[in-house]
Design a protein around this ligand. Structure first.
Ligand SMILES: Nc1ncnc2c1ncn2[C@@H]1O[C@H](COP(=O)(O)OP(=O)(O)OP(=O)(O)O)[C@@H](O)[C@H]1O
Length: 396
């Protein structure tokens, strides 16, 4: 188990991590999420003794990393896949690491097979693609057959087959009872891989709960209702009926209605009572991405603006998203009520310390922390990997 208690890191005036306390339990994949610059890598570096906390501490199996006997046999990590001596072959790189940790050379060949690099084991790693480098970094993390694994953006640069492989590897490692802590910005991937989430924003804990609880705590449920497009009077009738019953009704860009505050059977009954025929009545299932965006929207430091040059050069005919690109007057007309972006309702009061007012980059005082809930372990079956660049089963 990894345990952080009051973990804080300041770089001069910059507070990268502030008063972080959480546990990462064995037998589950724990996702570590947060916007760019929120302190994920800094936290992982402190876990691995690569950065010294300004305050608080973090332990692995009850010990600070630096006091773990033969740490590489207990903790494996992928922090920066580029941190490799590029002149060495993949095999020699791993052999060096193995020798330092007293790991037999045979294990090097095993992990090269596990990550699918056996055919290029003798090639210099400076000729490796981004994805091959990631595989080599994962091989290094697995070398000591450790109980605790930390991966910072492990799928960065991997092709779809590689992403699937990493997903299955993480799940397999967790199902073997290991502690697996993984950061990623790929929400769809995290939703498929992680059992539990720790979310930080501007260095502070925003959430510590199972994925399921996270999505339900941070998503606005609604129903999509669609009626025949050529019956505007029916649409008005239904809107009036739903509103009168206490529902919230918003038109969506594709002509459907988004209804909040009413259960589906009630919507159906109201439509029936109003003699309105429905073409669609469906519950909206929030994705992890939506829930995450909603939770962290106030804690994002780096946000793009519209490109001021965007309207200067109209794209040649046939290019661009639609006619009238860059000319707001010609853009498709949408009902005024429809939010074009950022439609996520604000988090419930007290759930997000950044929602009410943005917090200064270097927080000076503790922010309210949302309640934490332990995650159940969820071992998963690992399908075979029928791909050209075959990985071999880890014979541990
Ligand atoms: N060595 C350092 N010196 C000064 N500031 C640093 C240092 N390392 C990190 N920081 C700052 O601390 C903050 C957190 O950085 P960190 O790399 O931990 O974020 P992150 O969540 O991993 O970001 P990303 O998702 O973009 O990788 C950033 O503002 C960063 O600029």
């Amino acid at each position: 188990m990894i345990e952080a208690v009051g973990l804080t890191k300041r770089y001069g005036a910059k507070t990268a991590v502030y008063n972080l306390s959480f546990q990462v339990r064995p037998g589950a994949v724990t996702g570590f999420l947060g916007p760019n610059g929120s302190g994920k890598s800094t936290t992982m570096r402190m876990m691995l003794g690569l950065d010294r906390p300004t305050a608080g501490h973090v332990t692995i199996g009850g010990h600070a990393f630096r006091s773990l006997p033969n740490a590489p046999r207990q903790v494996g990590a992928l922090l920066d896949a580029k941190a490799v001596h590029g002149g060495r072959s993949a095999r020699n790189h791993l052999l060096c690491l193995a020798q330092l940790a007293g790991i037999p050379a045979a294990r090097v060949d095993e992990v090269l097979g596990v990550v699918g690099l056996q055919d290029v084991a003798k090639k210099r790693s400076n000729g490796f693609s981004l994805g091959m480098g990631q595989r080599l970094g994962i091989a290094a993390a697995l070398l000591g057959d450790p109980q605790v694994l930390l991966f910072d953006e492990p799928v960065n640069g991997l092709d779809p087959e590689g992403i699937l492989w990493v997903r299955n590897l993480m799940k397999q490692l967790a199902s073997e009872g290991r502690t697996v802590f993984v950061s990623s910005h790929l929400m769809s991937e995290m939703a498929l891989t992680a059992d539990h989430l720790i979310v930080i924003g501007r260095g502070q804990l925003l959430s510590d709960m199972s994925i399921k609880d996270f999505i339900s705590a941070n998503s606005a449920d609604f129903a999509r209702v669609r009626i025949p497009a050529d019956r505007p009077e029916q649409r008005e009738k239904l809107t009036a009926s739903l509103t009168e019953a206490g529902g919230g009704v918003m038109p969506e860009p594709d002509g459907a209605l988004r209804v909040t505050g009413l259960p589906l059977p009630r919507i159906s009954d109201l439509a029936h009572a109003s003699d309105v025929r429905l073409w669609e009545l469906s519950p909206h299932q929030a994705s992890l991405e939506e829930a995450y965006m909603r939770m962290t929207q106030g804690a994002v430091d780096y946000r793009s603006t519209a490109d001021a040059k965007a309207g200067l050069q109209p794209p040649p005919p046939g290019y661009g998203p639609h006619p009238g690109y860059g000319d707001p007057a010609q853009q498709p007309r949408l009902p005024a009520e429809v939010p074009q972006q950022g439609w996520y309702a604000p988090p419930p009061p007290g759930q997000n310390p950044y929602a009410a007012a943005p917090v200064a980059p270097a927080p000076a005082a503790p922010a309210p922390v949302p309640p934490a809930a332990p995650a159940p372990a969820a071992p998963a079956a690992v399908p075979a990997d029928p791909t050209a660049r075959q990985t071999s089963e880890d014979p541990r």
